[in-house]
Design a protein around this ligand. Structure first.
Ligand code: ZN
Length: 438
């Protein structure tokens, strides 16, 4: 047989050459020609090729081709199709143990069956609506597959990895009604065939909204001191954690646009927040219910969650604090007696003013010392009494307002104390407005 010119060989000739050398299951043979003939499973394709090759050789044998006898014998064994009558005719013992598939060692069909059922069961239990399958293939299987492809210079093959993914995906869809989703699956199953395990990776749920802090001494995150006690009795995080059971989630991470001190109230339109629920088991989210769970937690913290969002929004919300503007209200105490006209001077001094700020001394232990430039757009004041006034400050996000007032021993310039030539103390501070960038 003239089989040296690979490009001129017919498919059946290649099949004969492959099967003469390698025992293969239907799937592993069919997969070598996966892109020929559409809408077929590799198992159907492989079985059809085996039968066609056997028939072709049988015809040659019957026509007296002596050379074909041995080839047919070898192929009957390596194709593992139990054509008992033909075995007898060819004098092959039926009892002879058939060799295992060279590539998958006869595991492939079993792998597809077992993992499909396992995954379908998990999806049904967790009421998942979309999924994705990933496969980690053992090295020796990839090596054997590559060996055959190179040896016979095959062009129309597909990888065993792709076949497993596709076959399991198809079956799981049929069994559960959940959709295979390549973009944003709710859950990804990584089938690790080296260790024979499935890893389940559930996509986090991200919800965008705002929070308001109506009281003081409330931190964003739960703050545990060295002695193990809490620094503040209440945290935004506490309220958020109360919704974990709603999602049947394992954990929750809070992403917030900027930060206010624990003693600063967050009023007005609220501060943007994205709540990330990790390993959730609920995907159909009723925001009204969720908001009411959050808002019943404490009279001092109120939420308005608005919509579900994507992971990418998290970096946007964190960047959003830079460049966005905010309006603060401060109640300020002056050591020196102030006259109303001095406050007018203060307003004028900070009309569109760039402020230089070194990292505030109160947080130097936690943050590196660096210089930042932030704009104050406008300051409006109300004279309350000779020692007390109120200021509305519209400024760039990221500006440390307490230090703008006190001056922080000259680390912030210009500052209110400097302009009014007195020592000022910020008695109370509220955020009244956060400009949203989302
Ligand atoms: Zn196989």
């Amino acid at each position: 047989m003239a089989l040296n010119k690979t490009s001129d060989e017919s498919i059946l000739e290649i099949v004969v050459r492959v099967l003469e050398k390698y025992p293969l299951c239907d799937r592993c043979l069919g997969r070598l020609f996966a892109h020929l003939g559409k809408n077929l499973g590799n198992d159907e394709r492989g079985k059809a090729l085996k039968i066609a090759a056997i028939m072709e050789l049988h015809k040659k044998v019957l026509k007296g081709d002596k050379e074909a006898v041995n080839v047919l014998k070898k192929i009957l064994i390596n194709s593992r199709i139990p054509l008992i009558e033909l075995y007898k005719e060819m004098n092959i013992g039926v009892q002879e143990e058939l060799p295992k598939c060279y590539i998958c060692e006869d595991r492939l069909q079993e792998i597809i069956n077992i993992f499909s059922e396992l995954i379908a069961k998990r999806i049904a239990e967790n009421k998942m609506q979309s999924f994705l399958i990933g496969v980690i293939t053992p090295h020796n299987i990839i090596e054997k597959e590559t060996e055959i492809i190179k040896k016979f210079q095959l062009q129309y093959w597909e990888s065993i990895k792709r076949e497993i993914k596709r076959e399991i995906g198809k079956r799981v869809q049929q069994m559960t009604g959940a959709k295979a989703d390549f973009e944003t699956p709710q859950v990804t199953y990584i089938i690790d065939l080296t260790n024979n395990i499935v890893r389940e990776e559930i996509r986090s749920v991200f919800i965008f909204g705002v929070y308001r802090k109506l009281g003081r001494m409330i931190s964003q995150n739960i703050w545990i001191k060295r002695d193990g006690t809490r620094k503040y009795r209440l945290a935004i995080e506490d309220a958020i954690k109360s919704t974990l059971t709603y999602f049947k989630a394992s954990n929750v991470v809070v992403h917030i646009a900027g930060r206010e001190d624990a003693d600063v109230r967050m009023l007005g339109n609220g501060r943007p927040i994205i709540i990330e629920y990790k390993n959730p088991h609920i995907y159909t989210i009723d925001l009204t219910t969720l908001n009411s769970i959050l808002n019943s937690f404490s009279q001092w913290i109120k939420f308005d969650l608005k919509m579900t969002t994507r992971r990418e929004a998290v970096s946007r919300i964190k960047m959003g604090s830079i460049g966005a503007y905010k309006i603060y209200r401060a109640l300020i105490y002056s050591e020196k007696v102030l006259k109303p006209e001095e406050l007018i001077r203060l307003e004028k001094a900070f009309e569109g003013k760039t402020v230089m700020q070194k990292t505030p001394s109160r947080i130097l232990r936690r943050k590196s010392d660096k210089m930042r430039y932030r704009n104050v757009f406008q300051v409006k004041t109300i004279y309350v009494s000779p020692h007390v006034f109120e200021a509305l400050i519209r400024c760039e996000g990221g500006l440390y307002v307490k230090e703008l007032i006190t001056g922080d021993n000259g680390r912030t310039t210009p500052n209110f104390s400097q302009v009014l030539e007195t020592n000022l103390r910020c008695l109370m501070l509220d955020v009244l407005y956060v400009h949203e960038h989302i």
